[in-house]
Design a protein around this ligand. Structure first.
Ligand code: KG4
Ligand code: ZN
Length: 348
């Protein structure tokens, strides 16, 4: 007997509702993935404004859920379990999803699972590529996070191997885009501009790659500063800014460090599969360089399609399904959202 799991995501600026079917053999099938984004409301501020995001979640939650049920051809009464992002994320934004999930779970009398957003970014890959081998290594790169994670069990055991000591990779994209007068979010326009530029035009620094640096931690603030200094110097000389070359050289520095560290971590721990997820995984150079380096190292590379990489409800439904399949205890109805939920806590 298969089970329907509803997933609710509201940790940042995307209101997501996903529906999946958990089959008896443990495989998880995507039925619906509806997202309402408030990104345009934040664009003029160059970053997410928490209060604006919370309000947008409140308005979008029920209509987004309705669309998901319509797409899947299901009724609310078909739901067997609900999963919701409990953290990490923006407190006020998380609260909207958690409150909605509690209301749905109470009304439908089904178990509720508060789950980890970061684990969801990894679990989503099972919707496209099937069950994850254990262990596998995950490189999580988004606007808020940059982490290397060892995944022994997607429903229960995730260990951080390294993370950024300052900016997240996506944050670096967003800040550099601002320097180059490109729109927010900065990843897609930099990716596009870089296609016309020379990645070797400017030698930007590779953060934390010295012999004494922690091998699996990342730093992107020095790179961002280097780009700012380079642009300022060109402006002082009155030179036009070669946006394509700056974008390509910056992007090369990010992709180089991320893939080098991920491949080294996999190789040193004898892990044969690397999953790259989060918004920055949609980056064309990151995926092509990762493919090249993984192939050379004999590592299987899995990158979910871009739509699954950015924040969505299907990732939370997928993780919920794995948590249900593992027989984990549901969360008690009085749990709170935790903006700083550690990645080691997959469900609460
Ligand atoms: O995972 P996500 O949708 O939201 C967070 O949880 O942060 O990631 C958003 C981030 C933004 O910083 C955006 O600039 C970046 O992902 N991004 C990209 C690309 N598409 C989105 N970065 C580089 N290249 C892209 N093609
Ligand atoms: Zn995310």
């Amino acid at each position: 007997m298969s089970r329907i799991v509803m997933g609710i995501e509201s940790s940042c600026d995307e209101t997501g509702v996903g529906l999946v079917r958990l089959h008896d053999d443990g495989t998880v099938e995507l039925l619906a993935d509806e997202v309402a984004s408030s990104v345009e409301q934040h664009a003029r501020f160059g970053g997410v404004v928490p209060e604006v995001a919370s309000r947008a979640h409140l308005e979008a939650m029920v209509p987004t859920a309705r669309r998901a049920f319509d797409t899947a051809g299901l009724e609310l009464s078909d739901v067997d379990a609900i999963a919701v992002t409990a953290g990490p994320g923006l407190a006020g934004a998380l609260l909207v999803g958690v409150s909605a999930a509690k209301a749905y779970a109470t009304a439908l009398d089904v178990p509720l699972y508060g789950v980890n957003h970061l684990a969801g970014h990894i679990a989503v890959d099972t919707l496209q590529h099937g069950p994850l081998p254990a262990p596998c290594l995950a490189l999580l790169v988004s606007g808020g996070h940059t982490q290397l994670l060892r995944v022994d069990d997607i429903a229960g055991k995730i260990t951080e191997i390294g993370s950024t000591v300052d900016d997240a990779a996506g944050e670096a994209y967003d800040k550099v885009a601002r320097l180059l007068d490109l729109p927010y979010p900065g990843g897609p326009p930099i990716d596009k501009a870089a296609k016309n530029g020379d990645p070797r035009a400017i030698a930007f620094p590779r953060g934390m790659t010295g012999p004494r640096d922690a091998p699996f931690d990342f730093s992107f603030s020095g790179l961002k500063t280097a780009v700012a200094r380079w642009v300022e110097a060109a402006e002082r000389r009155g030179d036009p800014i070669p946006v394509d070359n700056v974008a390509a050289s910056f992007q090369e520095a990010v992709a180089d460090v991320l893939t080098a560290k991920a491949v080294r971590a996999a190789t040193e721990s004898g892990i044969g599969t690397l999953v790259i997820s989060g918004g920055v995984a949609a980056n064309s150079r990151l995926s092509s360089l990762a493919a090249e380096r993984c192939e050379a190292a004999g590592i299987e590379l899995r990158v979910p399609r871009p739509r699954l990489c950015t924040d969505n409800g299907a990732m939370i439904a997928a993780l919920g399904a794995h948590v249900v399949a593992a027989g984990c205890t549901p969360s008690s109805l009085d749990f709170s959202a935790n903006p700083a939920l550690p990645v080691s806590t997959v469900s609460i």
